[in-house]
Design a protein around this ligand. Structure first.
Ligand code: B12
Length: 309
């Protein structure tokens, strides 16, 4: 469809919407609108003033937590309740339905989630932190990664070769980073947590293995890595499944002498690592080192560690 036909259709639709009162005509007087939306895209009518069709970003804190209840009995109480949780409360309704603002926020948050899932970790971050990359047995991109968790739990032959070639064997602590279900989580936390873990391990007089990155990674890949490098403790930093609008949460899965056949019962997890509401990555790093020492002391992880302490 050419631009002229498109503009004609837009003009007809806009005229109808103006006529029914569904949208207001753009301000022609000097009176400023209450909230000025950012002008990103405009449709120009063949006659009359330009009409902004883009919307303000609904995910900014001011809009996300703006009370949506019309005429609340206790406005200050409502604001205090909303400030006390990240849950979606006080959003209001239109009859039995969500308001358009709620719907748009859901859609925007869903887009954030999709973006975190389908994007790759920035290779510049990995090289900045000196991590080389290997892959699992996933060859068909993110779609296959989502559909075949079993392949994400196995290192490719090339990965095994590279790890054997580049990594020190039998370290006390081996650190591995995996994209998991959120590239954003790794990008948000890795720069802070990695040096804390490395320094903490070395300050405790323990050997720190050669860290690396696994693309299309699942937690179960820890078994293959354990078999190859034989570390005492293996730490896997991995992006957690994103929630609506929360994509930067990372976990540290840990295991004592992981090997093929191990399950999640043999592992521990320190979860919800993120700034501003979760466990701060700097604190989490210190906690990871403590847990690694505890695992070494008791020569156990997961359920066995719980039973031993
Ligand atoms: C998805 C999920 C599950 C799924 C995993 C299914 C799957 N194949 O993906 C199911 C519903 C089975 C599940 C079960 C459990 N889960 Co769960 N789970 C999650 C969730 C929402 C996301 C995990 C994630 O993104 N992993 C990263 C991806 C890339 O890993 P993955 O390889 O695809 O999947 C593996 C991990 O998710 C792992 N896993 C999932 N939960 C747990 C819990 C523990 C203790 C361990 C060691 C591993 C583990 O199992 C998967 C298969 O290996 C987190 C929430 C969060 N904030 O992280 C809670 C979370 C990790 N789970 C938790 C718990 C407690 C459990 C259960 C022990 C609950 C129970 N009482 O039965 C069981 C243990 C199951 C097990 N695997 O042994 C807690 C852990 C708290 C802690 N620090 O110990 C979390 C943080 C939720 C919470 N806030 O309470 N879980």
């Amino acid at each position: 469809m050419d631009d002229a036909k498109l503009a004609a259709i837009v003009e007809v639709v806009v005229k109808e919407l103006l006529a029914t009162g569904a949208i207001a005509a753009p301000a022609t007087s000097a009176t400023p609108p209450v909230i000025e939306p950012p002008v990103v895209a405009t449709a120009t009518l063949t006659s009359g003033p330009a009409l902004t069709i883009d919307l303000p970003d609904p995910t900014t804190p001011e809009r996300r937590y703006a009370p949506g209840v019309r005429q609340p009995a206790d406005p200050d109480g409502l604001r205090a309740l909303i400030a006390a949780t990240t849950a979606r409360i006080g959003v209001g309704r239109t009859g039995p339905r969500y308001t358009t603002a709620s719907l748009l926020l859901f859609q925007a948050d869903h887009a954030i989630t999709q973006d975190a899932l389908y994007r790759d970790v920035d290779p510049r971050l990995l090289s900045e932190l000196g991590l080389f990359s290997v892959e699992t047995r996933i060859t068909g991109g993110k779609q296959e990664y989502l559909l075949r968790p079993d392949l994400g739990r196995q290192l490719s032959d090339e990965a095994k070769r590279l790890i054997r070639e580049r990594c020190a064997k039998n370290p006390a602590v081996q650190l591995v980073v995996g994209d998991g279900l959120s590239a954003a989580a790794i990008e948000a936390n890795l720069r802070q947590i990695l040096p804390v873990i490395k320094q903490g391990v070395q300050a405790a007089g323990l050997s720190f293995g050669t860290p690396f990155f696994v693309k299309h990674c699942r937690v179960g890949v820890m078994n293959d890595i354990g078999e190859l490098l034989q570390p005492e403790v293996l730490i896997l930093l991995i992006g957690e499944r994103p929630g609506l609008g929360r994509a930067d949460s990372m976990s540290a899965y840990m295991a004592y002498r992981p090997k093929p056949g191990d399950t999640d019962a043999d592992r521990d997890v320190i979860c919800n690592i993120f700034e501003g509401g979760g466990t701060n990555p700097l604190e989490a790093g210190a906690f990871v080192v403590q847990l690694a020492q505890k695992m070494r002391r008791h020569q156990a992880s997961g359920v066995k560690l719980k039973l031993a302490t």
